[in-house]
Design a protein around this ligand. Structure first.
Ligand SMILES: Nc1nc2c(c(=O)[nH]1)N[C@H]1C(S)=C(S)[C@@H](COP(=O)(O)OP(=O)(O)OC[C@H]3O[C@@H](n4cnc5c(N)ncnc54)[C@H](O)[C@@H]3O)O[C@H]1N2
Ligand code: MOO
Length: 427
């Protein structure tokens, strides 16, 4: 039985509603919210060169240090002109005086009347010139250039600050540093950026039957596919620093030792296996014997019902079921939002899109079903249609591997008919 200690449970970002584990299944969204509530956001930050910051989480709001573009620049190779000099009706012929290329200093040179300036893309446009005519639109002859139409003032000039003003708000705290956001920081004068330190995540694969991929199997053994799955999914998250504790047998002492080590080293502990009801399922009891607490012990989802959510020491704990599809769904739906919250990300929820079922499905009394599915076409209205790949097959590896994502079939006492609108989370 879990010990009740409210101070323990309030170490997360928000206070838990109760210190004791609930045995009645909670809805998947509630379970995810509880995991997020137990997740303490990393507060330490580090300053990184932009080249090393891809995929990290911005630690604070950032302002631009210079305008973008920093000066009025030509957008074309051609001729800079003063539109006020286009008197009467054309064509207009001007003397070419001077030359500006990208990298030249913005000079305050004086130019005589009826002159045009040879200019190239990216070069500073000197004061007084207010348009650039691209070279394909003019006729150059010796020192003269002829224009057949009058350019509008401002034409082909990128004005200083038109993209980003100086000291403008650039990016908000908690944003993921994607390539385009890093490019924006670079253009706006930043060479370094303050990011949240990485979340240290412990992975433990429990199960006496497990052998590593590639190892020969004796009778009764299976390969540890969950470790590969979780490592690969976390490898996509550059804000995560994984400490992989490998396989631990279904032995309470070994598990206790491993959990204690992981709790000292990491912000979050993710285990697989050993969370259901059998005598060899030690994860929940060992966690509680070690001073940990569970807040959620059953979730109204299929697969994934026995997933466990709690804390041990300063660490978030999520015990994923061992069946591969259950591990996949509970990691994406419950563990990942909490880990993203710990990383300081503002956006933590899985991305979903509406789709139409190309299949019917039995009633899901009281639980949400997460079904691997594949796009199979579109309705006349253009909505994607999905085909189911396996019906709640928790132990399946092949269904998810051939799926485009996971369909959410909400709880209900009626069957879902073909042609029903449901949510779909693409991989
Ligand atoms: N009496 C009951 N039995 C079970 C229940 C229940 O409510 N009452 N729940 C079932 C459900 S649902 C699931 S899901 C599983 C969850 O089991 P555990 O989390 O305890 O996991 P194990 O028993 O250790 O393993 C289940 C299954 O998955 C295989 N496995 C485990 N780890 C891995 C791994 N790293 N890579 C690949 N495959 C793995 C393991 O060999 C088992 O076949 O419990 C049901 N039972
Ligand atoms: O719900 Mo378990 O997680 O199906 O096999």
């Amino acid at each position: 039985m879990a010990t009740t200690d409210d101070s323990f449970l309030t170490q997360g970002r928000h206070a838990s509603t109760s210190g004791s584990a609930r045995s009645a299944p909670v809805a998947p969204d509630i379970a995810a919210a509880r995991a997020v509530a137990l997740a303490a956001t990393v507060t330490e930050t580090e300053v990184l060169p932009l080249l090393d910051a891809a995929g990290r989480v911005l630690a604070g709001a950032v302002l631009s240090r210079n305008a973008v573009p920093p000066f009025n620049a030509s957008a074309m190779d051609g001729y800079a002109v003063r539109t006020e000099e286009f008197h009467g009706s054309g064509p207009w012929t001007f003397t070419v005086e001077g030359r500006r290329a990208a990298g030249d200093k913005p000079l305050h040179s004086s130019h005589g009347p009826a002159t045009a300036l040879r200019i190239f893309t990216g070069a500073p446009v000197p004061d007084g010139f207010d348009a650039v005519v691209m070279q394909e639109r003019c006729l150059r002859s010796g020192d003269h250039v002829t224009f057949s139409s009058r350019p509008a003032s401002g034409h082909n000039i990128r004005f200083s600050g038109e993209d980003v003003a100086s000291e403008a708000s650039l990016l908000a705290k908690g944003i993921l540093l994607t390539p385009t956001r890093l490019a924006l920081l670079a253009g706006a004068g930043h060479g370094k950026v303050a990011v949240a330190r990485k979340v240290r995540i412990a992975l433990i694969s429990t199960g006496s039957e497990l052998r590593e991929p590639g190892e020969a199997l004796s009778a009764g053994q299976i390969h540890n596919s969950n470790r590969v799955l979780l490592r690969a999914m976390l490898a996509e998250s550059k804000w995560a620093d994984v400490e992989d504790f490998g396989i631990v047998a279904d032995d309470p002492d070994a598990l206790r030792h491993m959990l204690a080590k992981a709790a000292l080293a990491c912000d979050a502990i993710i285990t697989t296996g050993g969370v259901s009801a059998g005598e060899e399922d030690h994860v929940a009891s060992v966690l509680q014997d070690s001073g940990g607490e569970l807040d959620v012990v059953q979730v109204a989802m299929r697969p994934g019902k026995p997933v466990k959510i709690g804390r041990i020491g300063q660490s978030l704990f999520v015990g994923l079921p061992g069946n591969p599809n259950a591990a996949l769904v509970t990691f994406r739906r419950i563990a990942l939002p909490a880990l993203r919250a710990m990383a300081g990300l503002a956006e933590i929820d899985p991305v979903a899109q509406p789709v139409i079922t190309g299949f019917s499905h039995a009633a899901r009394h009281g639980r949400t079903e997460f079904v691997p599915a594949r796009f199979s076409g579109r309705t006349v209205d253009g909505l994607p249609v999905i085909e189911r790949l396996a019906r709640g097959s928790s132990a399946s590896l092949s269904a998810a591997a051939t799926a485009d994502g996971i369909a959410l079939l909400p709880p209900g006492d009626d069957a879902i008919d073909e042609g029903t609108l449901v949510q779909f989370e693409p991989f």
